[in-house]
Design a protein around this ligand. Structure first.
Ligand code: G
Ligand code: G
Ligand code: MN
Ligand code: NA
Length: 254
């Protein structure tokens, strides 16, 4: 079976869909945003994880079309919720390095905003720390172009490339997302706890927002609150949910 062939058909056949994981401000218990996460429901093989098919999409070049579809769908969904009168919040979308290499990422983003009517500040683009730090020149140029559109930028999986701490101050970013690997070491490894504390401190000193990802337990939550990290994304609050689940359940919390 050639997964790359099947992936080509997946877009046309509407086999791709998005889930939305709520992000929570602990102090007020309110939902302050969502991260859009792509899923593939293959008619024969069932749900395939993006960890499996995104790399294949990147190799085949299909990632640009998929990424454009994700942007459009996520922006449209966010606009729809706003039009229904719910408190406006940010929608975060993950970007692949290949989308930066395409050279027209900013026009794709601009067009998604125009087509859906979503106000730019309600879109956040996530880029992994590895990409920002390794492919610096053209990525940073694109990030500035994206910022000029009025969208927010966050650094995903933060902390994995520790050398980057000092470079953070020069990047056009609004928020960092503490990698789940660190969160899982809370109450397990005090050295990782120290690294988390420093990340939170640094973000604050640099005037950046910070959110912890993959928070699953009360103990993790208590540590993060203690250290001053008030924004949380993780199963402790919500798993990634379908638009329908969100419509049925939690929109009134917004
Ligand atoms: O949601 P889940 O844990 O299955 O996601 C696995 C990986 O897939 C994560 O690294 C996540 O960032 C990535 N991912 C999810 N949705 C998208 C997307 O729309 N575009 C890209 N490029 N990556 C995504
Ligand atoms: O790489 P990125 O940070 O974009 O991917 C986030 C992934 O983490 C999503 O695929 C999401 O499904 C997953 N995730 C979100 N919250 C939790 C959590 O509390 N525990 C675990 N194990 N995974 C989570
Ligand atoms: Mn992410
Ligand atoms: Na992450």
């Amino acid at each position: 079976m050639l997964l790359s062939n099947a992936l080509h058909q997946a877009l046309e056949r509407n086999e791709l869909f998005l889930q939305y994981q709520p992000q929570v401000r602990v102090s007020s218990q309110e939902i302050i945003g969502f991260e859009a996460l792509i899923r593939w429901k293959h008619p024969e093989f069932g749900i395939i994880s993006p960890a499996v098919f995104i790399p294949i999409a990147e190799e085949s070049g299909l990632i640009n079309r998929i990424g454009e579809w994700v942007l459009l769908t996520a922006c449209a969904q966010n606009k729809e919720w706003q039009d229904r009168g719910f408190k406006p919040v940010q929608m975060a979308v993950n970007l692949s390095v290949k989308q930066f290499q395409s050279g027209y990422l900013d026009s794709i983003v601009k067009s998604a905003l125009e087509k859906t009517g979503l106000t730019p500040r309600y879109l956040e683009l996530e880029i992994t720390e590895g990409i920002v730090m390794k492919e610096s020149k053209y990525v940073i140029k694109s990030l500035h172009a994206l910022k000029d559109l009025g969208v927010s930028i966050s650094i995903d999986d933060f902390g994995t490339e520790f050398s980057s701490l000092s470079r953070l101050k020069d990047l056009p970013v609004d928020r960092i997302k503490i990698d789940m690997k660190f969160i899982q070491e809370i109450a397990v490894n005090s050295k990782d706890e120290a690294v988390i504390a420093v990340m939170i401190y640094l973000a604050k000193r640099l005037g950046l927002k910070i959110i912890a990802e993959g928070v699953e337990t009360e103990v993790q939550l208590a540590f993060l609150k203690d250290e001053g990290c008030d924004e949380i994304q993780g199963y402790y609050y919500y798993k990634p949910l379908s638009a329908n689940e969100i419509n049925r359940g939690i929109l009134d919390l917004l």
